[in-house]
Design a protein around this ligand. Structure first.
Ligand SMILES: C[S@@+](CC[C@H](N)C(=O)[O-])C[C@H]1O[C@@H](n2cnc3c(N)ncnc32)[C@H](O)[C@@H]1O
Length: 230
């Protein structure tokens, strides 16, 4: 059993390495680290995506299947799926290239870098999908719905922009709602049972984690928030 586990680990590592290498060679994939020039990353993204289309970001995108479905449905919008882990983004990046979906890019980057790559008032919608809950007290600042991140989102969103957040984790959701109130976000839509709600079918397109949790019967929470009164 032990040998099998070790072998499994080895294969997983190899597969990850392979995905890292391919991610870097794909024309729709981009990486940005703290030490890189933000202008170069920005220019690379801008020259890849169609000019002049509204921008939608998915943050903590994981395998980014959600963004890819939205990109196919809305070819008149640009999508950028962001995650710190490129081996996760890789799957949808490959599929997008194979299917000729050219209004989506995949960006390996920590969310701490967000405001260096996206200008103020440049984003129409930010989707925060099933971020890690980081439930331990000392990890709270890593939550992507922490005020530290909410301020970054506010800065890059257009005045008419929206932040949309979905998660299975009720504790994280309730904590996040408190942060949204404290940070003066305006509630546009709220549900504790997305898939039973009358909200947009777009919202019900499932992420990888959402598929797993929904199959287990766990309800999905969603909130949509504006920075300003529309
Ligand atoms: C639980 S997964 C959810 C993935 C996807 N949204 C889904 O629903 O299937 C959370 C993702 O957030 C990413 N993540 C966590 N902290 C991050 C950070 N500071 N910057 C970028 N990505 C981060 C992780 O790499 C992971 O892929």
């Amino acid at each position: 059993m032990k040998d099998l586990e070790v072998e499994g680990l080895y294969i997983t590592r190899k597969r990850k390495k392979w995905k890292f290498a391919h991610f870097d060679s794909y024309v729709n994939c981009f990486s940005h680290a703290r030490t890189d020039s933000p202008d170069i990353t920005k220019q690379a993204l801008e020259s890849y995506l169609p000019v002049g289309q509204p921008l939608v970001l998915e943050i903590a995108a994981g395998n980014a299947q959600f963004s890819l479905q939205l990109a196919k449905k809305y070819p008149d919008h640009n999508f950028i799926a962001i995650d710190i882990k490129s081996d996760r983004l890789y799957t949808s990046a490959k599929q997008a290239l194979e299917e000729g979906v050219s209004n989506i890019a995949f960006l390996r980057m920590s969310m701490h870098e967000l405001e260096h790559i996206f200008s103020e008032q440049s984003v129409k919608v930010i989707w925060l999908t099933f971020p890690d809950p980081f439930m331990r007290k000392r990890s709270i600042r890593r939550r992507l719905s922490h005020p530290l991140f909410l301020r970054k989102y506010r800065d890059i969103l257009k005045d008419t922009g929206l932040l949309k957040f979905k998660t299975d984790n009720r504790d994280l959701f309730l904590w996040s709602l408190e942060q949204f109130v404290a940070e003066n976000w305006i509630f546009a839509e709220l549900t504790f049972g997305l898939h039973e709600s009358a909200l947009s079918d777009d919202y019900k397109i499932m992420t990888y984690y959402e598929q797993k949790f929904t199959a287990e019967g766990i309800p999905i929470n969603l909130v949509s928030l504006a920075t300003h009164k529309h």
